[in-house]
Design a binder for this molecule. Structure first.
Ligand SMILES: [Zn+2]
Length: 297
């Protein structure tokens, strides 16, 4: 893949960024999750292309600066102990990195390697069936000291399910991820951010902490790594802080992460690590059965 091809791809993708989302369209937060890798279509000359990792490490096309992954780094921020959603209070210039829909062998490890190089931790919201399919990768994330959450078992749109079915999906996903990594996973994110007040209350009643999203990288759109990093940085500068949504199932996400973290570091941002603060012994009851029988008003 030539540099010129890459630049052509960049130009195409930049021209697409403005029309990829409609103003006020929350559906833009929907992700392109698929447990199976989508089949690759042959690339046309005008298609955006993904950069090879070796080239990506050379320079950031947007800033024209070399990406120094060797350090020393000053991106790591504080560790925030959280027992509930309201404990996630970020100061100005503080961010939480989150990666949904994995683990995905090959991509997740690349992301872990980049996080290690910058000395920061992230939160991985794993899909139950993905953790079951790729247990070694799931355990590797945990072994790296990153925070783990769940993201249902099949990644359905819970809006389209009954309350009981939705809760069963949530708890099945949580239990599957917990079983694979061998510990409780108290963080949870709604697929497509499709929540409801009733589901949020029910999830909180089961001691799950809902991870909301402040900044959507939109890394599920077919754009270049540079476009994803630039879009994310632009949103971050506007908000000044926040929880950033990314996905460890996409190569472009793994490819753009060195650039994104490098830009954050240059602009003085700090990556906050989330740690679950236990408030009570974890009940050893069958949570799926509870979800089916407990009424939440
Ligand atoms: Zn997702």
């Amino acid at each position: 893949m030539t540099f010129r091809l890459l630049l052509a791809g960049l130009a195409v993708s930049l021209s697409l960024v403005g029309c990829a989302t409609k103003p006020g369209n929350d559906a833009s937060l929907k992700t392109g999750f698929a447990a199976e890798e989508p089949q690759r279509k042959p690339l046309k000359a005008s298609d955006p292309v993904e950069m090879e990792p070796s080239k990506w490490m050379v320079a950031d096309l947007e800033t024209r600066q070399a990406i120094d992954t060797n350090g020393p780094h000053r991106l790591a921020g504080r560790t925030l102990e959280v027992a509930s959603l309201r404990d996630i209070q970020l100061a100005d210039k503080e961010v939480v990195l989150t990666f949904d829909d994995g683990p995905a062998p090959g991509k997740t490890e690349r992301i872990l390697a980049t996080l290690d190089k910058f000395g920061v931790k992230a939160t991985f919201m794993m899909v139950g069936e993905m953790a079951q399919a790729h247990p070694a990768t799931a355990r590797e994330v945990f072994a790296h000291g990153d925070t783990i959450g769940s993201h249902t078992f099949h990644h359905p749109d819970l809006d389209k399910m009954s309350f009981d079915m939705a809760m069963a999906e949530i708890m099945r996903g949580k239990n599957a991820v917990a079983k694979v990594i061998g510990t409780e996973v108290p963080f949870f994110r709604f697929p497509y951010l499709a929540d409801s007040r009733r589901l949020r209350n029910a999830v909180a009643a089961r001691d799950l902490i809902v991870m909301d999203v402040d900044i959507d990288s939109k890394d599920y759109f077919s754009s270049t790594p540079t476009a994803v990093a630039t879009r994310t940085m632009n949103d971050l500068r506007k908000r000044g802080r926040g929880i950033i949504l990314m996905h460890d199932i996409h190569q472009r996400t793994a490819a753009m992460l060195p650039s994104l973290l490098s830009r954050m570091e240059k602009e003085g941002y700090k990556v906050v690590t989330l740690k679950y603060k236990t408030t009570a012994p974890t009940p050893a009851t069958n949570l799926v059965a509870q979800a089916d029988t407990k009424m939440v008003r």
